[in-house]
Design a protein around this ligand. Structure first.
Ligand code: NAP
Length: 276
């Protein structure tokens, strides 16, 4: 059986759980693979990706801060990667890299399938306007949300995002400081990196509508402040983004190997590891 070579590129990348996730997928699907972490600063990413390819690598994941760089290195992009201007999954096709962005679809799969929380007709507040927010917006509209409000610390960045993605659906833009005037929402997504340090988010407890879901795209310690706020608010449910991490990985695996892995045992293993 051939051994497929994969890697995740990032800076830093030592924390990445992708090798663990893909090892479990490979075992489950009968695919022999080797999956490593490759640390690459943006200036040397192209060189390291080429070295990986010349040694037989055909499928790679890309994480912060390289997703936009990855999209620029691709000879072909999926519609999701083109809209996001960023790729988190690369597949070598004959003579060029094909880039996809599975973050948005992974988020939607986690919310709708794992959390069993339908997105159709929901009013959504998205906190943050970075790469993760950009990837999430088209997938949220594809899932049939009623409308979207983006609140960002730098409102100009949120406005630029709304302009770029105007074709996806109706988007309202606010400064994060004005979020108390935004009304109530069925789903509140934290796509900021505020939980990783810096000034904490200050959010009014009245943002969630009855029955709302509060979801942080981060996981581990970075998700703790937002989830703690959600616990004190009127939200009915809350979640971190560990399920999104597993779902975006499953979609990458499907692109590389043509099989969509069963994700619940992998998510359960990560949750167990997190609790230990
Ligand atoms: P990014 O492009 O660097 O964007 C960061 C965003 O956070 C910007 O909107 C920034 O606002 C905002 N921000 C940072 N510090 C803040 C603070 N102290 N207060 C308020 N806003 C703050 O990062 P990204 O790629 O979008 O990632 C965002 C988060 O999503 C990260 O925690 C990442 O780990 C997570 N993520 C998870 C997955 C998953 O699979 N679960 C996938 C992708 C990303 P400004 O525009 O004002 O700077």
């Amino acid at each position: 059986m051939p051994i497929h070579r994969h890697a995740v590129f990032g800076f830093p990348v030592a924390h990445s759980r992708s090798p663990f996730i893909h090892a479990m997928f490979g075992e489950q699907c009968g695919v022999a693979l080797r999956y490593e972490r490759i640390e690459a600063e943006p200036e040397v990413f192209a060189e390291k990706l080429e070295a990986f390819r010349s040694e037989g690598g055909r499928g790679a994941n890309v994480t912060l801060p390289l997703k936009e760089w990855a999209a620029r290195l691709c000879g072909e992009l999926s519609p999701a990667a083109k809209l996001a201007g960023a790729a988190n999954t690369l597949l070598w096709r004959e003579d060029h890299w094909y880039g996809d962005n599975t973050d948005g679809a992974g988020l939607v799969r986690d919310i709708e399938t794992n959390l069993r929380w339908p997105l159709h007709d929901r009013r959504v507040l998205l906190l943050g306007a970075g790469g993760a927010a950009r990837g999430a917006i088209p997938a949220l509209f594809d899932a049939g949300i009623a409308g979207l409000c983006i609140a960002n610390r730098t409102p100009e960045r949120a406005q630029a995002l709304a302009n770029d993605l105007a074709a996806a659906g109706p988007i309202r833009v606010l400064a994060l400081d004005d979020v108390s005037e935004a009304g109530r929402f069925d789903l509140i997504l934290n796509a900021t990196s505020a939980g990783r340090g810096g000034a904490p988010l200050e959010l009014p407890g009245t943002l969630p509508a009855p029955g709302a879901l509060c979801y942080d795209l981060s996981y581990g310690a970075a998700a703790a402040p937002f989830l703690s706020w959600a616990g004190k608010s009127e939200a009915a449910a809350r979640s971190d983004g560990l399920g999104m991490l597993v779902e975006q990985a499953a979609l990458a695996f499907a692109l590389w190997h043509g099989q969509l892995p069963h994700t619940p045992p992998v998510l359960a293993a990560l949750r167990k590891e997190q609790a230990a």
